[in-house]
Design a protein around this ligand. Structure first.
Ligand SMILES: [Fe+2]
Length: 246
């Protein structure tokens, strides 16, 4: 997957901030794994749940810098951009506007997640609130929510009507967890109703940065163009930002 390599929109790559790498050494191993996997752009989306505890932006920036310095020192072809995976709460739009939570890079796109038992109505409400505040929601691991997984057509309607972008985890494509999820994954990919795939990696061992196998599977079953589309979303986002800044 060259030139540019894969872009991973969802990864817990920074250490000591969430349930991602627990030590600097584990983060280094994950960074090396990204480079070996052909991932050249990572959005460092640490968990943020404003209802549980404030997102520590100062520590986040320190760890981001630490990761960038390591890549430079080791000559890794890996660019790391800021972000967060935000557990959606009613206060999220205000917190984003106040700069207390991070969108994806310098864009207006925000990666949001919910409890697996969330209702369709709650997701619609969240999308509405974010739009009104000027943000574009990207739904993390869309395969995880029962209200969508059991009703793929409702998921597609949500994407169409609310313009919400859907992110699917790579391992949902490569590992069969249950038949309901597999059916959902196939249906959504066949309809090209997924916008981006991501590793959601947490460390190099437990939940690794693996994208190549998912890329190959999508290319084989749904076409090379769609596989590229799904693994290049982060680059398109970055180019759009750079175009705006120019
Ligand atoms: Fe995640």
């Amino acid at each position: 997957m060259k030139p540019g390599g894969f872009a991973d929109l969802h990864q817990h790559v920074l250490w000591g901030l969430d349930d991602g790498p627990g030590t600097a050494e584990q983060m280094h191993a994950l960074l090396e794994q990204n480079a070996a996997e052909g991932i050249c752009l990572v959005y460092a989306t640490s968990h943020a749940d404003p209802q549980r505890r404030p997102f520590d932006l100062t520590l986040y920036q320190e760890r981001l810098e630490e990761a960038r310095v390591y890549c430079e020192k080791k000559g890794l072809d890996l660019r790391i951009l800021p972000g967060s995976e935000i557990r959606y709460r009613g206060s999220v739009p205000d917190r984003l506007a106040a700069g207390n939570l991070l969108p994806l890079g310098a864009s207006r796109h925000v990666l949001i997640e919910f409890d697996p038992d969330v209702s369709l109505f709650e997701i619609q409400e969240a999308a509405d609130s974010l739009y009104r505040a000027g943000y574009l929601p990207v739904l993390a691991h869309v395969e995880r929510y029962r209200c969508l997984r059991h009703f793929p057509q409702k998921a597609m309607d949500l994407r169409e009507e609310y313009g919400m972008l859907f992110q699917m985890n790579c391992d949902a494509i490569t590992h069969l967890r249950n038949l309901m999820e597999r059916r959902f994954v196939r249906r959504m990919l066949t309809a090209q109703a997924i916008d981006v795939i991501a590793t959601d990696a947490h460390d190099a061992v437990r939940y690794p940065a693996q994208m190549r196998e998912a890329y190959r599977t999508v290319a084989q079953l749904y076409g090379e163009d769609y596989a590229k589309h799904l693994t290049e979303f982060g680059w398109r986002l970055l180019r759009a930002e750079e175009g705006q800044q120019a």
